[in-house]
Design a protein around this ligand. Structure first.
Ligand SMILES: Cc1cc2nc3c(=O)[nH]c(=O)nc-3n(C[C@H](O)[C@H](O)[C@H](O)COP(=O)(O)OP(=O)(O)OC[C@H]3O[C@@H](n4cnc5c(N)ncnc54)[C@H](O)[C@@H]3O)c2cc1C
Length: 399
C-alpha cells in the first residue's frame, strides 16, 4: 500500500515509486507470471511455442488490452501500466513479454490512435477480448530502411488488392488481426505507404515459414504472405498515404515497451544470480561473501536501476503528453545494452552452471540479444537521438 509520503514522492517525480493503483496492478501481474507463466516457461522454450491456454489467460486477466478503454472491453489503464506488465512478464518469460508488448504498444495502440469509430468498435474490441494482433512492416530487403518496402496495394473498385511478403512478424502464428504496411502509390515514395487492417481469414493471406531463433524462442516470428488479398477501403488505418506516420509514431512508443522487456529480463537474471550466489559454496564460503562477486552484483544493480529509470521516465513522459521520442530511443538503446551485460554477468556468477540449460540464466542472455535489433536497431536509435539533438535550436547545455 502506498503511504502519503510515497504519493508525495510520486508526484515529486520519484520514478520508481508507484501509485497505489500501479502497485496493485504490478503485484497482480507478478502473481500471474509466477503462478502461471513460470511453470510453463521451460516447456514453451523447448517446443518453441506459446501455450494457447496461457494466451487465453492473458486475455482473461486484461493483459491484452491494457490501454483499451472499458467501452471496448479493455482494462482502461495507462501506457505506464502496459510498461509495468511487459516488465513483470519478461522477468519470468520474455517470449510472453513480447506477445503482451506487441499487442498493447503496437497493435492496439495504432488502432486506438488512428482507427475510425467503426474500426475501433470492431477490431479493438476483438483485440481486448480474444484475438492476438501482429504488426507487419519489415520485409526481406527492407528492415532499417522500412519504407523501401516492396509490398504493393493496388486500387480496385471499392478496395485494394495487396501483394507482397512480410518477414520477421512477431505473433505471426497466433495472430488473427494484422496491421500491414503496403505502398499504394510507389511514385510518391514513402508518402505512398499506407496501413491496412487485414484479417487472417481473408483470401490470399497466409502465414509462411517460422524462424528458428537464438532467443525468445517461444514467440513465433514468421513470414506473412499476401497474394492478391482484397481489402475493403474501410480497412485503411489512418489516412491513405500516411502509413509512414502510423508506423513511425507507433514504433516511437513501442520501443519503450522493448525497453521494459529488457528491464524485466535483466531483473530476472539479476535475481537468479543473487540467489545462486548465496547458495554456492567455494573455498568454504558462499560466493556472495567474496568482494569480487559482490561487486559484480552491485554493477548489475546499478545498470539495471539506470535502465529502469530511463524506461519509466520515457513512459511517464508519454502518458503526460510531453515530448518523449529522444528519451524513448535512449531508453531502448541503454536498456538493451544493460540487459545484454547483466545477463552475461549472471552467467559468470553461475560459473559453469550458468552455461547449461539446467539453470535459467543462459536463456535470459539469449533472450536479451533481440533488444538491440527489433523496433529499430541500436544504430537506428543513435540516429534518432543524434537527429533530435542536432535539430535543437537552443544550445545543447542540458544534454
Ligand atoms: C525476433 C524478431 C522479431 C521481429 N518482429 C517484427 C515484427 O513484429 N514486425 C516487423 O515489422 N518487424 C519485426 N522484426 C524485424 C526487425 O524490426 C528488423 O530485423 C530490424 O528493424 C532490422 O532490420 P534488418 O534485420 O533488415 O537489418 P538491416 O536494416 O539490414 O541492418 C543490418 C545492420 O546495418 C545497420 N544499418 C542499417 N542501416 C544503417 C544506417 N543508415 N546507418 C548505420 N547503420 C545501419 C543496422 O543497425 C544493423 O546493424 C523482427 C525481427 C526479429 C529478429
Amino acid at each position: 500500500m502506498s503511504t502519503p509520503a510515497m504519493e508525495e514522492l510520486t508526484s515529486a517525480g520519484a520514478l520508481t515509486v508507484l501509485s497505489e493503483d500501479e502497485e496493485m496492478f504490478r503485484a497482480s501481474v507478478r502473481e500471474f507470471a509466477e503462478g502461471e507463466i513460470r511453470p510453463r516457461s521451460e516447456a514453451m522454450e523447448e517446443h518453441a511455442k506459446l501455450d494457447s491456454a496461457l494466451i487465453k489467460q492473458c486475455f482473461d486477466l486484461g493483459l491484452m488490452g491494457i490501454e483499451v478503454p472499458e467501452e471496448f472491453g479493455g482494462s482502461g489503464g495507462t501506457f505506464f501500466n502496459a510498461i509495468l506488465a511487459v516488465e513483470e512478464v519478461s522477468r519470468v518469460d520474455a517470449s510472453v513479454g513480447v506477445l503482451v508488448d506487441v499487442q498493447n504498444t503496437l497493435v492496439a495502440n495504432a488502432l486506438l490512435r488512428y482507427g475510425s469509430p467503426e474500426q475501433k468498435k470492431k477490431y479493438v474490441t476483438q483485440l481486448a477480448a480474444s484475438k492476438v494482433g501482429a504488426y507487419c512492416l519489415s520485409e526481406a530487403s527492407s528492415g532499417s530502411d522500412a519504407f523501401a518496402m516492396a509490398t504493393r496495394a493496388r486500387e480496385d473498385g471499392d478496395g485494394y488488392i495487396i501483394n507482397g511478403r512480410k518477414l520477421w512478424i512477431t505473433n505471426g502464428n497466433e495472430a488473427e488481426i494484422f496491421i500491414v504496411f503496403a505502398n499504394a502509390n510507389p511514385e510518391a515514395g514513402y508518402k505512398g505507404v499506407t496501413a491496412f487492417i487485414i484479417e487472417k481469414g481473408m483470401e490470399g493471406f497466409s502465414v509462411g515459414k517460422k524462424e528458428n531463433k537464438l532467443g525468445i524462442r517461444a514467440s513465433s516470428t514468421t513470414e506473412i504472405i499476401l497474394e492478391d488479398v482484397r481489402v475493403p477501403r474501410e480497412n485503411i488505418l489512418g489516412e491513405f498515404g500516411k502509413g509512414y506516420k502510423v508506423s513511425i509514431e507507433t514504433l516511437n512508443e513501442g520501443r519503450i515497451g522493448i525497453g521494459a522487456q529488457m528491464v524485466g529480463i535483466a531483473q530476472g537474471a539479476m535475481e537468479a544470480a543473487l540467489n545462486y550466489s548465496g547458495e554456492r559454496v567455494q573455498f568454504g564460503k558462499a560466493i556472495n561473501t567474496f568482494q569480487g562477486v559482490q561487486f559484480q552484483l552491485a554493477e548489475m544493480a546499478t545498470e539495471l536501476e539506470a535502465a529502469r529509470l530511463l524506461v519509466y521516465n520515457a513512459a511517464r513522459l508519454k502518458d503526460a503528453g510531453l515530448p518523449f521520442v529522444k528519451e524513448a530511443a535512449i531508453a531502448k538503446l541503454f536498456s538493451s545494452r544493460a540487459a545484454e551485460h547483466i545477463t552475461s554477468q549472471a552467467i559468470e556468477v553461475y560459473g559453469g552452471y550458468g552455461y547449461v540449460k539446467d539453470y535459467p540464466v543462459e536463456k535470459f542472455w539469449r533472450d536479451a540479444k533481440i533488444g538491440a535489433i527489433y523496433e529499430g536497431t541500436s544504430n537506428m536509435q543513435l540516429m534518432t537521438i543524434a537527429k533530435l539533438m542536432t535539430q535543437r535550436k537552443q544550445p545543447l547545455t542540458n544534454g
